[in-house]
Write a protein of this length. Structure first.
Lengths: 196, 233
């Protein structure tokens, strides 16, 4: 494990770290929206749905890094660094967030793994979004103990999370990355090199 | 808590969180909430502590009603320390107390640990490669630059009469261009100053695992496992 990590370059680590932060900061800004929405949904008992609408934001850092760097482990490590930094930026759930980071990262990673990290495009991002939804859903059931809930509500959680993941971590990431590649910002990275 | 080895503290709290996750134990949740709410009260300023209660309560109350209204099968309730709880209330309480126990476990870690301390300790105890250690710390200190740049981009779009909803590609692009540039500049700066991952490294502060780390680990995990196997409600 440490030997594989040792092959990373400093530039990639910092890039991954800053990316994780950018998405983290934006997410923290939106956390208020999630809480208020949750309060509004509380009287009908649907507060658990509030976060689902923005759930895809959590996969964005992993999808972005995986898409840009295209190297085994990029998505997973980014998501875990993002989780670690989130703990110190004021996510009060603390170390347990690290497990969520691992679970979401491994899902997104599956997308890029699907074709052996050769080329990343729509299929990889979409597979990643779906896989991350599935893995995070399973972990969510364990962590939040939703196994006792009615299946209709669980299905609603799953569908909303999936749509959110597809929008944020596939569509927006793809659009933004392609723009960056066109501008030449990513010319030092595999995804930028193939675009030009 | 401050004196504990950060790696040990991180792992133990993570493990306790996992043990809590894999069961529905109201008693365990309550014990952990009381214990760690007390610990965080020692380390956090009172206003921050109260705000933590507020945020956790907003989440917990929402989850309580979700559990209350949408319980799968209406299980029968029972007596709990002389209180009669219906199945719905019990499930709701299990979900809600879990939010509090995660919240206070996490807050007790965050309030007593700094990122550099954890990174240093991860390097010394778990052999985290130096480029990760220093890369993460470098990235972390870029954080204060992000909100102003975000705001700036937003304002410059508005001044041109363009709207940009939160997280739109229009807003994200300039921010990510900056991130890629920042990372290149930072890495170049660090390497030009002689940063290398290969050379042997000495440490200003030595982190070791001492007897009180073992005591903390064994007693907290022992308590959690003990309560788990105590005739559960």
């Amino acid at each position: 494990m440490t030997k594989k990590l040792a092959k990373w370059s400093l530039k990639d680590v910092i890039m991954v770290g800053i990316t994780a932060l950018v998405f983290g900061v934006i997410y923290l800004g939106a956390v208020h929206v999630g809480v208020y929405l949750g309060v509004l949904l509380t009287p009908v008992g649907l507060a658990v749905l509030a976060n689902e609408f923005i759930f895809g934001v959590w996969f964005m850092a992993a999808a972005f890094a995986g898409y840009v760097i295209q190297r085994p482990g990029a998505a997973l490590i980014t998501e875990m660094i993002a989780a670690l930094l989130e703990v110190f930026m004021g996510n009060f759930y603390g170390p347990i967030v690290f497990v969520s980071g691992f679970v979401q990262g491994i899902g997104t990673e599956a997308g890029f793994m699907s074709n052996g990290y050769h080329r990343a495009g729509w299929p990889q991002l979409i597979i990643g979004a779906i896989a991350a939804t599935v893995t995070s859903f399973i972990w969510g059931i364990v962590r939040a103990s939703f196994s006792g809930l009615q299946w209709q509500l669980l299905a609603a959680i799953f569908v909303i999370r999936l749509l959110s993941a597809l929008l944020f971590s596939a569509v927006i990431v793809k659009v933004v990355c392609d723009r960056l590649a066109k501008m030449g910002v990513l010319s030092n990275y595999p995804s930028g090199a193939t675009q030009r | 808590m401050r004196q504990l080895n950060p790696t040990v503290k991180f792992s133990v709290i993570l493990l306790v969180g996992l043990i809590v996750s894999f069961q529905n134990n109201l008693r365990l949740n309550l014990i952990l909430v009381i214990l760690f709410a007390t610990i965080t009260a020692v380390y956090l300023p009172i206003l921050k502590w109260l705000r933590l209660w507020l945020w956790l309560s907003l989440a917990a109350i929402g989850v309580f009603f979700s559990g209350y209204f949408f319980l799968q099968e209406k299980t029968v309730g029972g007596q709990w320390y002389g209180w009669h709880l219906s199945g719905q209330t019990r499930y709701g309480l299990q979900l809600a107390t879990r939010i509090y126990s995660f919240g206070f476990l996490g807050a007790s870690f965050a309030a007593t640990t700094t990122l550099p301390a954890l990174i240093e300790s991860l390097q010394q105890q778990l052999h985290l490669p130096p480029q990760f250690a220093y890369g993460i710390m470098a990235a972390f200190h870029v954080a204060p630059l992000i909100p102003p740049v975000y705001r700036q981009t937003q304002l410059s779009l508005w001044s041109r009469g363009l709207s940009a909803p939160w997280l739109s590609a229009r807003l994200m692009t300039p921010l990510l261009v900056k991130s890629v540039r920042w990372s290149e500049i930072l890495a170049t700066a660090m390497i030009s100053r002689g940063f290398t991952a290969e050379a042997p490294r000495t440490h200003f502060k030595k982190y070791q695992i001492q007897w009180f780390d073992w005591l903390f680990a064994v007693s907290l995990i022992g308590l959690t496992v003990g309560v788990t196997f105590w005739k559960s409600f």
